[in-house]
Ligand binder design. Structure first.
Ligand SMILES: Nc1ncnc2c1ncn2[C@@H]1O[C@H](COP(=O)(O)OP(=O)(O)OP(=O)(O)O)[C@@H](O)[C@H]1O
Ligand SMILES: [Mg+2]
Length: 249
């Protein structure tokens, strides 16, 4: 398979603080490019597959016109956390030596709760369709994983998507896996989702899927697994009858 252009690679220079609201204990970290990032660790409980899902889904959504904070790969030397007193964090940093995922930090952003206005129906439907396609279960009112930043909506935290990869269920089984939209933050637009279905499905070409899967670094993915991601997503894209919110036409 053709490998895409790599994500930019930077180095962590300072561990600033843990983001305790995140279950995987991401940290705010400075990079050698002077940027500030939310660092998601390959040594966290969910393991490197969560980072694979972050890259594949985040970069797919970005290419389909949604706002996703810039993603980079970040080299971590656990020594940068040596003054951090919390043992849990020390252990996490030690387990996560090497390449991790840096998400551009959006300063002053806040979690979307609908109170500052909803995005237009077309955007809501697009997000719901895409979350259903990648089987993202993490977009509920309890935890929207949407940030409002400068009045725009930004999508974060796609590590729980593509969950077929944890047990490598067959592509056929993944294709037939319904998406339960009852908890989704934009479930009200489900009846409008079939209207955008054929247009959105046509935007997801094999080249696009190959490109975003190619952005995953070798460190996080077993040899041969890129093809498996492509097979699973291609199969689910080709038959949307089981999972399309609002019902297939
Ligand atoms: N790019 C960002 N800019 C600013 N804040 C962020 C950013 N990414 C994450 N956060 C903040 O950190 C929290 C945790 O991040 P994230 O949801 O990615 O972590 P997680 O460990 O996967 O969380 P979860 O508990 O939802 O599984 C977010 O809810 C948000 O408040
Ligand atoms: Mg989250």
């Amino acid at each position: 398979m053709l490998c895409g252009v790599s994500l930019p690679i930077i180095t962590a220079t300072r561990y600033v603080l843990p983001l305790r609201e995140g279950g995987s204990l991401p940290g705010v970290v400075e990079g050698n490019d002077l940027g500030t990032y939310v660092l998601k660790f390959h040594g966290a409980g969910q393991g490197p597959k969560a980072l694979v899902a972050e890259v594949v889904v985040g970069e797919l959504f970005r290419r389909l016109g949604l706002r996703v904070p810039e993603l980079k790969l970040m080299e971590l030397d656990p020594a940068i956390g040596k003054s951090e007193p919390d043992e849990e964090i020390q252990d996490l940093l030690i387990r996560s030596a090497g390449l991790n995922l840096a998400v551009d930090f959006l300063p002053g952003s806040f979690g979307y709760d609908g109170s500052s206005g909803k995005p237009d129906d077309a955007t809501q439907a697009r997000i719901l369709w895409l979350d259903a396609f990648v089987a993202n279960v993490d977009r509920s009112w309890r935890n929207t994983n949407l940030l409002v930043w400068h009045k725009n909506l930004w999508l974060i935290d796609h590590g729980a998507a593509l969950y077929f990869h944890h047990s490598w269920m067959s592509a056929e089984k993944f294709t037939g896996l319904p998406y339960d939209a009852t908890d989704h933050v934009f479930r009200d637009v489900a009846p409008a989702v079939p209207d955008i279905d054929s247009q959105l499905a046509a935007e997801i070409t094999p080249e696009l899927l190959t490109e975003v899967i190619g952005l995953v670094p070798d460190e996080w993915i077993a040899p041969g697994d890129r093809e498996r991601y492509l097979d699973h997503l291609t199969a689910r894209l080709a038959d949307r009858s089981a999972w399309l919110p609002g019902g297939a036409r």
